[in-house]
Design a protein. Structure first.
Length: 259
């Protein structure tokens, strides 16, 4: 659901804007459409983003003019448009991720679980690569998925190995609860990040989806800053405590070998 992304949070009082209001609102509309499994009408978009119906309509029409949004004339509903296909292909060709696919495939084969690579975008993690587990029961996060940074193993790995984890946590807009296990206080999150840094990998223990466990390690640049996170995820029943140490060894080795 679009509402989970809390798109109006960039407009919170006292928080500096990242750009013009029109650009921020247009991005809010795009993200809302991208997060929905179905095409949306103007009222749907307005409701899910908190924008007025007139503003939502104006932005949808402006995006449609550039091909970034399409419009079904039969239903007056909107999906993302073909313009994003070309933009996505160009971005994918220029971003330094494609050469890492064999490493993800090897880690998936070695663990028997799904493997993802993600990078931070504001308060969220964007999944950029994913390899499915061969198991019929698995947890998948396709490329393009956004996950709140505080409820993501990748996000916690990136926060833990940042130069100033406390400052990064303080800058988060909100710590939204998703399950009873979600870390919703800064102190609890910071304590978890301290454990993560000590052992070298993060654990998401049902904090986003009950019954799902994810482990993640940071991928560091030459200066030691994390630019991505590598994760192994699956049903909690297949990732019991006694298996975590062996999986962590494979995970950390794979992340350390990435450049």
């Amino acid at each position: 659901m679009c509402a989970e992304r809390d798109p109006e949070r960039a407009h919170d009082a006292g928080r500096p804007r990242s750009g013009s209001q029109s650009v921020e609102r247009a991005l809010t509309v795009v993200r809302c459409l991208a997060a929905s499994d179905d095409d949306l009408g103007v009222t749907d978009v307005a409701t899910r983003t908190g924008l007025s119906v007139s503003t939502a309509h104006r932005l949808l029409q402006a995006l449609r003019t550039d091909g970034l949004v399409a419009q079904d004339r039969r239903t007056d509903r909107y999906p993302l448009g073909p313009g994003f296909v070309a933009l996505g292909r160009r971005a994918e060709a220029r971003l330094p991720f494609g050469h890492l696919v064999p490493a993800l495939e090897a880690l998936a084969a070695g663990t028997g679980e799904s493997v993802s690579l993600g990078t931070r975008v504001g308060d969220e993690v964007l999944i950029v690569l994913h390899v499915d587990s061969p198991q019929p029961l698995r947890f998948d996060q396709p490329p393009g998925t956004f996950v709140p940074v505080h409820a993501s193993a990748i996000g916690k790995a990136l926060l833990a190995f940042a130069r100033d984890p406390a400052g990064e946590v303080a800058d988060l807009t909100r710590l939204e609860p998703f399950t009873p296990a979600t870390l919703t206080s800064p102190d609890a999150l910071l304590a978890d990040l301290e454990r993560t840094r000590r052992r070298g990998w993060a654990l998401n223990d049902g904090e986003r989806f009950t019954g799902v466990r994810t482990m993640a390690a940071p991928v560091l640049d030459p200066s030691g800053d994390p630019w991505a996170g590598l994760a192994v995820q699956g049903p909690a029943a297949r990732l019991p405590d006694e298996r975590l140490e062996a999986l962590a060894e494979l995970l950390v080795a794979a992340a350390s070998a990435m450049r």
